[in-house]
Design a protein around this ligand. Structure first.
Ligand code: HEC
Length: 111
């Protein structure tokens, strides 16, 4: 194989890798990782969500009481009550940008 062709192949391979590992849109991440507990509508009215007594993100009051920084922290590092894990940390599965997008996504459930 001559050099230019080799370089082309390498470039195509890198482009493919980038396409495969690209950040998923927030709606997709929410659907795959969060709806089990928080529900597709963010109301937390799932079987697990009811048990965990989840907040209703469509409630303006709940939204007003939440700070972006706390939301980011919850998604990144998880939620622990009395040392018990209530929500797992997503820092290994989601990038900082994906987590930022999810915070914005959760905000949209209001109203
Ligand atoms: C195993 C169930 C479960 C899953 C899955 C889950 N959560 Fe949670 N989440 C909780 C619990 C429990 C709390 C704490 C109680 C509450 O705030 O309603 C919480 C709290 C939160 C909070 C509120 C933090 C605050 O400041 O009040 C946000 C934001 C959040 N989750 C986002 C997400 C996102 C985004 C995902 C998906 C990447 C996710 N959660 C997946 C159970 C879960």
């Amino acid at each position: 194989m001559n050099t230019p062709l080799k370089l082309f192949t390498l470039g195509a391979g890198l482009a493919l890798t980038a396409a495969l590992t690209h950040a998923a849109p927030a709606a997709e991440n929410w659907e795959n990782q969060c709806t089990k507990c928080h529900g597709a509508d963010g109301k937390g009215q799932t079987k697990v969500g009811k048990k965990l007594n989840l907040k209703d993100y469509s409630d303006a009051k709940v939204q007003a009481e939440m700070k972006d920084a706390d939301m980011t922290k919850a998604i990144t590092a998880g939620v622990f009550v009395d040392g018990k894990e209530k929500m797992k940390a997503f820092k290994d599965e989601l990038s900082a940008d994906e987590i930022k997008d999810l915070v914005a996504y959760v905000r949209k459930f209001k109203g």
